[in-house]
Design a binder for this molecule. Structure first.
Ligand SMILES: *Cc1c(COP(=O)(O)O)cnc(C)c1O
Length: 395
């Protein structure tokens, strides 16, 4: 019977851990996978047990063997003290922000942040009386000058959504620690497999597990992994908000994690090939991919990450009407749609100018964000080559 590697044994590689974490066949009649526990009510055998309230499971919302198995995977991968699960990636972001929001508080957020997170800051946090200040994601240790006595949290997202700025996470985390301020990093792009924010001094790693951990575009899920210092605050806010992740979605995420290492290897290799090819094409003003040697974030990426995934962007000149539609509508393999991290390739155009306030976006260009899926890279390149010809057509 397959056993989980016992704690305290020799260290094993991440791919090995992903195959074994969060399951205990001996407790499941030998079945390899942790079953899906559906449940609200959990019975207490005696009044004494009810009063003590210390049995492992007390109520479905507060966790089941299925959710605990998945939490254990994220906690181990990110090297944290504890993980809580939420129904979407965005709710993982907002729960973390809420844990540090109060009237009069000040929260620092990078200008490159995931746009729906920015919207939450500008609406709900503002209503609560929390001031959100957007900062240049490339600020590094300069963040210290923006910390005030009211600062409760510094948010990071590295690389940034859409535009892929790599942050100097150890410098920002160091400045925050020196000032007694907590830090949280949206680690969706790299996952805990390729980037360990907690090891770089960050208190909390947030992930849209919807993307690579689920990996098949068939569920939404968020995970918040915190160090020992931040974990009680995250657990309390999560519990008070009544959040819980659906059992089937946890099972799909557990299943996805088993193949995460092999999938990411392929996403990484194919994305690098496509990005390298795009860099030489007419009409491509820049390729934003931190693992490309010419990328402005490359040195920090090499220092802080152990891999790259399948998402990057290219800059193109603000297209004439009709040209962009001709390019995108005619693609055979790339789908147009939000989210990413599944086996399929996706492309969406976006104008970062609409969601910047601390930095300036050059007005002459927009980005195409690409997710490179598990298709053959040559097929993807052929699809893009035909698309770029349509984009530049009749010039
Ligand atoms: C997609 C995404 C989220 C939100 O995840 P959902 O599951 O779609 O709510 C948060 N942060 C980043 C960086 C993302 O790409």
């Amino acid at each position: 019977m397959t056993k989980s590697p016992p704690p305290g044994g020799p260290a094993v590689a991440d791919a090995t851990r992903l195959a074994h974490l969060g399951r205990d066949p001996a407790r499941q009649h030998g079945f390899v996978n942790t079953p899906v526990y559906r449940g609200s009510t959990v019975l207490f055998a005696t009044l004494a047990a009810l009063d003590a309230y210390d049995q492992p499971y007390t109520y479905g919302r507060r966790g089941t063997p299925t959710t605990h198995a998945l939490e254990a995977c994220f906690t181990a991968l990110e090297g944290g003290a504890a993980t809580v699960l939420t129904p979407s990636g965005l709710s993982a972001v907002t729960t973390t922000l809420l844990a540090y929001a109060e009237a009069g508080a000040h929260i620092l957020v990078p200008d490159s942040v995931y746009q729906p997170a920015r919207r939450f800051c500008d609406t709900v946090l503002r209503r609560l009386g929390t001031t959100v200040e957007y900062y240049d994601p490339l600020i590094g240790a300069g963040i210290a000058a923006h910390i005030t006595p009211r600062t409760t949290l510094i948010w990071l997202e590295s690389p940034g959504s859409l535009t892929f700025e790599v942050q100097d996470t150890p410098a920002i985390a160091g400045a925050a620690r020196a000032a007694g301020v907590a830090t949280a990093l949206d680690n969706t792009w790299a996952t805990g497999l390729y980037h360990r924010p907690l090891a770089l001094g960050v208190n909390i790693a947030v992930q849209a597990a919807t993307k690579y951990p689920v990996g098949h575009a068939d569920a939404l899920l968020g995970a918040i992994t915190a160090d020992a210092q931040a974990a009680p605050r995250i657990a309390a806010t999560h519990g008070e908000l009544g959040l819980c992740a659906a059992p089937d979605d946890c099972m799909l995420t557990l299943r996805g994690l088993r193949t995460l290492a092999v999938r990411l290897e392929r996403h990484q290799a194919s994305a690098l090939r496509v990005a390298g090819w795009l860099a030489g094409q007419r009409g491509i003003l820049a390729v934003r991919h931190p693992a490309l040697p010419g990328d402005p974030g490359h040195a920090l990426w090499r220092r802080d990450f152990t891999g790259a995934t399948g998402l990057f962007a290219v800059d193109i000149a603000r297209p004439r009407p009709g040209r962009l539609a001709a390019m995108l509508d005619g693609l055979r393999l790339f789908g147009m749609g939000y989210s990413w991290g599944g086996y399929e390739s996706l492309i969406v155009p976006s104008d970062p100018a609409t969601c910047r306030s601390a930095t300036r976006w050059p007005g002459d260009r927009i980005v195409l964000r690409l997710h490179i899926g598990l298709e053959d890279a040559d097929d993807l390149i052929a699809d893009l080559a035909a698309g770029l010809a349509r984009l530049g057509g009749a010039q």
